[in-house]
Write a protein that binds this ligand. Structure first.
Ligand code: GAR
Length: 209
């Protein structure tokens, strides 16, 4: 079974989706460790309730991004994972860290990348008058929110949408798509060729809702 480490900063609802699918037998991975950069992240409680080991490494305790990433990497590597999953982890990672986990570091981002990298994506998508919004799951490369895309889900922005209503609908898409992308990884069905993700050797990376 694929051994995963999941990194979080907050609620951990995507982590919960993994936990639920593992319990249901639809996702056959082991989460060896959950690491948060915030001590009060609710996702730590979700992990403990599921019997998963947790660690807190607070970025504030380090005086450089590099020092934080080195400590994070040591903690992650202590459980020898096959896969590192960023699930609402709100820190930018150094290229040394990213390159160390090349092809086994996956992120979810709440926009239809390459649109709206960075933060505050729901408000920005509405302000830009976008018709569509969504979530993207991608392999991580040193450039922020820019790696090869595994899977995207989209939804139509409605006239009366708010940040909260959009975020809720994005979350329900994320909770379906992220476990699926992880399942594909665990089944060894993903490869990267010329910066593009292939599923079973084919270019069919986009799944629209
Ligand atoms: C998710 O919507 C995820 O796409 C986003 O944070 C949320 C975490 O929710 N990630 C980013 O913004 C990464 N820059 P969760 O803690 O409930 O899983």
């Amino acid at each position: 079974r694929t051994r995963a480490v999941v990194l979080i900063s907050g609620s951990g609802s995507n982590l919960q989706a993994f936990i639920d699918q593992i319990a249901a037998g639809t996702l056959t991975i082991d989460i060896a460790l959950v690491v948060s950069n915030k001590a009060d992240a609710f996702g730590l409680i979700r992990a403990s309730q599921a019997g998963i080991d947790t660690a807190v490494i607070e970025h504030k305790a380090f005086n450089s991004r590099h020092a934080f990433d080195v400590a994070l990497q040591e903690k992650i590597d202590s459980v020898k994972p096959d896969l590192v999953v960023l699930a609402g982890f709100m820190r930018i990672l150094t290229s040394e860290f990213v390159n160390h986990y090349s092809h086994r570091l996956i992120n979810i981002h709440p926009s239809l990348l390459p649109k709206f990298p960075g933060t505050n994506t729901h408000q920005r998508a509405m302000d830009a008058g976008e018709q569509w919004h969504g979530a993207s799951i991608h392999f991580v490369v040193p450039e922020v929110d820019a790696g090869p895309i595994i899977l995207q889900g989209r939804l139509a922005i409605k006239e009366n949408d708010s940040v909260e209503s959009l975020q809720n609908r994005i979350h329900s898409i994320e909770h379906k798509l992220y476990p699926l992308a992880i399942k594909w990884f665990a089944e060894n069905r993903l490869s990267i060729e010329n910066g593009q993700v292939l599923l079973d050797g084919e270019t069919a990376t986009e799944q629209l809702q």
